[in-house]
Design a protein around this ligand. Structure first.
Ligand SMILES: Cc1cc2nc3c(=O)[nH]c(=O)nc-3n(C[C@H](O)[C@H](O)[C@H](O)COP(=O)(O)OP(=O)(O)OC[C@H]3O[C@@H](n4cnc5c(N)ncnc54)[C@H](O)[C@@H]3O)c2cc1C
Length: 677
């Protein structure tokens, strides 16, 4: 029988604790101070300061999306909200909030020193990004989010906001007995306290407990789930924190995938495609083939699709037919995942049938206008964008002399935790979820909308906390101690089993890596750009068994392995949710959309189902298209009594009841927006 003495743990008290130090988390901390919460009442806990996506990702021209404020271009928050919703499965009020606050957050970043380009009149010029009908996008180059992170971190340090680095948040403390469940704290592991011995008491002594009125989860996307990934290696994510707390999740079927190099994780978008590189694959015995020539009917079509891939980087299920640019991703996926070949982009040679005269006019005109004509892709790239070559040479990769290995990689999760307009969980009060882990986006989104949503979310959470009774409400100490004690007891029981090396009778012992491999293989098979129904249901049963027996099948050799164990446990539960969402999407007769193609054996007459048939040697794929429009619905999932509850909710419209100044002013002075109805 295990017992737990809560007094052996030091308890840190704050008004608000933010988990994660990416662009979203840091920005929220700053806004809390700006809105009046003293900096010593705020803390950031992070497993890796300087790690995560914001500080380490980038792309050809990393984009920030906002309302257009340039020249004679007419734009409005309402127009922008419509374009955010255009992808489908997005709530209109959330879109309007992201649109309305985009300028406030953009100028906050400008103020902090992010050098967004402006002209002689001070106008912040924009360009068109994917899914953007105007020219709302801006960028400072390949490393926009990294610069945002640097500027935000400097400001956080100037405000002396405490940062607990190398702290892994493992449990949100929720008072379930309150009228409505509410967050009251969290439990973390301090990495520095983990020892090499194997002992439950020393392991428990690495725990740190936070008692806090508000918890803000800003842990980023669930990068750990995918083998082929363009997320930086330092980003893993911890979506299960929110799942276990009882949050509702939404749109988990909607992720973003695209072509990226794998040795150095980098999107091969923009100029990397516009110079028409040669694609080839290698089998185990290094036999080479230019597989795209078996898919496209002519070099002209191939050059058109390759060129367009530069702009149309994310995989898009509507760009398969008509020799669209996403046919390239599909062919690369088939070569790598199905045929187990390696795929490379070669800048030293032209595609086999390359002929400048037969280059598609769209590519020929662009390369001519850009003075980027050259004998080989590398010469064209050097003229078009020298920087693109340097990005790789800085990583020790010389694309002028060696081919670049690529794959179809996971890049972003559009879905995530479902929250209200203050980015507060719909199901747990005082629990806010911001940044990529918040699932505000729909099926597809304009490029750059992720960074905007992350900043707006932090602002909204801070406003609610600072201007409602969340700023100074206290937590009942007895309830806190009871909840904490219960959770600590549960942790101690499970960890004791993990440390015992008694082989279980019925279960095969797995290493943490074995289990992670199984998880990532399942995600590759069922949850990337191709989503087959066949086999998925039985795979989910296997996962269910693994969830029930994880403490018995994994054994720890030393205390330091606890973090890897918690990460794999997080992945197990999170991918369970993803695959349940996909299975339900199949059972709801969902069609191919956004970043994925649906594979089912039978066609349903009642929905006029038909196949999308790719050309060439990909013709055996039969992807489903039908007339069922789910774009005004959002699939939600919640963990209740160890079951996943799945519902489809209607999307909310974009509000159009815009206020009258005198009334809005009065309400603002009364802080009406922050009071319960
Ligand atoms: C290659 C690439 C290119 C991209 N390009 C664009 C673009 O052009 N435009 C755009 O809008 N978006 C883009 N994105 C997406 C965008 O960069 C991310 O969505 C955004 O940076 C996420 O910010 P965040 O603050 O939510 O999370 P992150 O920056 O990922 O930060 C998460 C933080 O949480 C911490 N953490 C996680 N789990 C725990 C835990 N259990 N305990 C403690 N700490 C924890 C991590 O260490 C990290 O500090 C791109 C993404 C990639 C991968």
């Amino acid at each position: 029988m295990v017992d737990i003495n809560i007094d052996q743990f030091e308890i840190y008290e704050y008004n608000s604790v933010i988990i994660g130090s990416g662009a979203a988390g840091l920005n929220c901390a700053l806004h809390l101070v700006l809105e009046g919460i003293p900096s010593d009442k705020i803390a950031i806990v992070t497993d890796n300061l300087g790690g995560g996506t914001s500080f380490n990702a980038g792309s050809d021209k990393q984009t920030y999306y906002k309302l257009s404020i340039y020249g004679d271009q007419a734009d409005s928050p309402y127009e922008l909200a419509k374009d955010l919703c255009a992808g489908g499965a997005m709530h209109g009020d959330i879109a309007l909030i992201e649109a309305t606050n985009s300028i406030r957050e953009f100028f906050h970043l400008v103020q902090l020193g992010v050098p967004f380009p402006y002209d002689e009149y001070g106008g912040f010029v924009g360009y068109k990004t994917d899914n953007d009908p105007k020219q709302r996008a801006t960028s400072i180059g390949p490393f926009t989010s990294q610069k945002m992170g640097d500027c935000l971190l400097n400001a956080v340090n100037e405000k002396n906001i405490p940062i607990f680095d190398k702290y892994y948040a493992m449990k949100i403390l929720v008072d379930e007995a309150a009228k409505e469940p509410e967050a009251i704290g969290l439990i973390c592991i301090n990495y520095d306290e983990l020892s090499n011995d194997k002992n439950i008491d020393t392991l428990l002594s690495s725990l740190r407990i936070f008692k806090t009125r508000n918890v803000i989860i800003a842990t980023g996307g669930p990068a750990i789930l995918y083998k082929n990934s363009v997320y930086p290696k330092s980003q893993k994510g911890t979506t299960s924190l929110a799942i276990e707390a009882g949050c509702k999740l939404q749109n988990l079927t909607e992720s973003q995938f695209g072509l990226a190099s794998t040795r150095f994780r980098w999107n091969v978008s923009g100029s990397y495609q516009q110079v028409i590189p040669r694609y080839f694959s290698l089998d185990n015995s290094n036999t080479e083939r230019e597989f795209l020539k078996f898919v496209f009917p002519s070099f002209t079509e191939l050059s058109r699709a390759t060129f367009l891939k530069g702009y149309q980087w994310p995989f898009n299920s509507t760009l398969i037919e008509g020799f669209g640019s996403s046919l390239i991703d599909l062919a690369v996926y088939h070569e790598t995942v199905v045929l187990h070949r390696k795929v490379f982009l070669d800048y030293t040679k032209n595609p086999e049938s390359y002929d400048f005269d037969h280059l598609h006019p769209i590519a020929k005109e662009y390369l001519s206008n850009s003075d980027a004509i050259g004998d080989y892709p590398i010469n064209r790239l050097r003229k078009l964008n020298e920087q693109a070559i340097k990005v790789y040479s800085k990583q020790g990769i010389d694309i002028a002399s060696e081919p670049l290995e690529v794959a179809v990689c996971n890049q972003h999760l559009n879905g995530g935790i479902s929250c209200d307009g203050w980015w507060e969980s719909n199901t747990i009060n005082h629990l806010f979820v911001i940044g990529e882990i918040n699932g505000s986006h729909g099926v597809h989104r304009p490029g750059g909308a992720a960074l905007n949503a992350g900043q707006v979310g932090g602002l909204r959470a801070a406003l609610k906390i600072a201007h409602s009774n969340y700023a100074n409400q206290s937590i009942n100490d007895e309830k806190f101690r009871d909840t904490t004690k219960r959770e600590l007891f549960d942790i101690k029981t499970k960890w004791t089993t993990l440390l015992e090396n008694i082989p279980s009778v019925n279960e095969k012992i797995l290493t943490i890596n074995d289990l992670l491999n199984q998880i990532q293989n399942r995600m590759s098979k069922y949850a990337t750009i191709i989503r087959p129904l066949k086999g998925l249901e039985s795979e989910i049963l296997t996962i269910q068994n693994q969830l029930n027996s994880i403490t018995k099948v994994i054994k720890l050799e030393k205390n330091t392995e606890i973090i890897d164990y918690l990460r794999v446990k997080d992945s197990l539960l999170t991918h369970f949710f993803f695959l349940k969402a996909i299975l339900d999407y199949h059972f709801s007769n969902g069609r191919s959309r956004g970043s994925y193609l649906i594979l089912r054996e039978k066609l349903l007459d009642s929905l006029s189902e038909m196949y999308i048939l790719p050309p060439g040697y990909l013709k055996d794929y039969k992807f489903i298209h039908n007339n069922l429009d789910l774009s005004k619905k959002i699939q939600t999932l919640q963990w209740k009594d160890k079951q996943v509850l799945i519902k489809w909710e209607n999307t909310r419209d974009i509000p159009s009841d815009f206020g009258w100044f005198e009334n809005v002013w009065k309400d603002f002075l009364n802080r009406k927006a922050f009071k319960p109805n």
